[in-house]
Design a protein around this ligand. Sequence first.
Ligand SMILES: C[S@@+](CC[C@H](N)C(=O)[O-])C[C@H]1O[C@@H](n2cnc3c(N)ncnc32)[C@H](O)[C@@H]1O
Length: 305
Amino acid sequence: MRAWTDIKTPVDDLVQGALPQLPPGVLAVLSMLSYEERALLFELGRRFDDRGAIIDAGCFLGGSTLSLASGLAAASKGRPGLIHSYDLLRVDPEHTAGYSAEIDKLRVGDSLRPLFEQNIAAHRGLISLHEGNILDERWPGEPIEVLFIDVCKSWEINAHVVAEFFPCLIPGTSVIVQQDLVHWKYPWCAIVMEHLAGDLEYLGWTWYASSIWRCRATPSVDLLDVDFRKDIGLEMGLQYLRRAAQRHTGWAVPILELSRATLMHEFGEDSSASAEVDRVQAEFGCSVPYIVDAYAAIRDVVSRA
Ligand SMILES: C[S@@+](CC[C@H](N)C(=O)[O-])C[C@H]1O[C@@H](n2cnc3c(N)ncnc32)[C@H](O)[C@@H]1O
């Protein structure tokens, strides 16, 4: 199995190739990830080149963790503690509601650790668990080969993740999966990658929302020393999101166009945000699954502001 360093194949082909080979446990585990995203992580595990750590930032019940670990195991790769998994591991209406009746019947604040431990038990030795707020975590500077990001639900967490992990990317090797990038709700994920695009190579995206990149050059301190909200600002942010839409193509286009409305709202420009939702709806209609829910959700947020 070749490593990611020499990928020439489109990400779609890699994902489609891995899908039929996913172990039953990876398909069955309760996860917020699509089967395509699990296949992507499984393939990343299989292609691991042992040049650095694997970061699993935002593991919930261990769906991403199990996908990565199963890929490593399928290729007889890995070492103790290689996968660094980060999560609050608590029931929280903002992050964990609506995915399963089993979780929804727990109380807010209850621990999800037992479910995580159960799901990843077969590969426990491969995993270093960082339970708690990722904002309190510091990365010691070890090189990172695989950076899976599924925790950047706010500007603040996004800034922290970029500052801690991006300086440790390995030129020509590291792969970054931004799980929330092809999503209307988290415009900062695309803004970061467009800001750093000179040092990164876009490889593709996979349903539901993951954008995949490879590190060309470790981003410089100057490039990383930016406040992605204040310094980049609304105008440049909107340009970055347009560029992200053009880069990602297909179903990603309306979703990323819609993320411009979220950015306008973040900057207090609510009438522009409403007009942007209307424009995207007029142009793209219902061409993407769940987009009607997204139109409604943004209109709801804007009308409550
Ligand atoms: C989309 S879910 C991750 C899904 C997961 N990758 C999977 O395979 O199902 C996002 C996770 O981020 C976690 N999270 C949100 N804010 C966090 C924070 N400040 N520190 C650590 N984890 C956080 C939530 O607890 C939630 O489990």
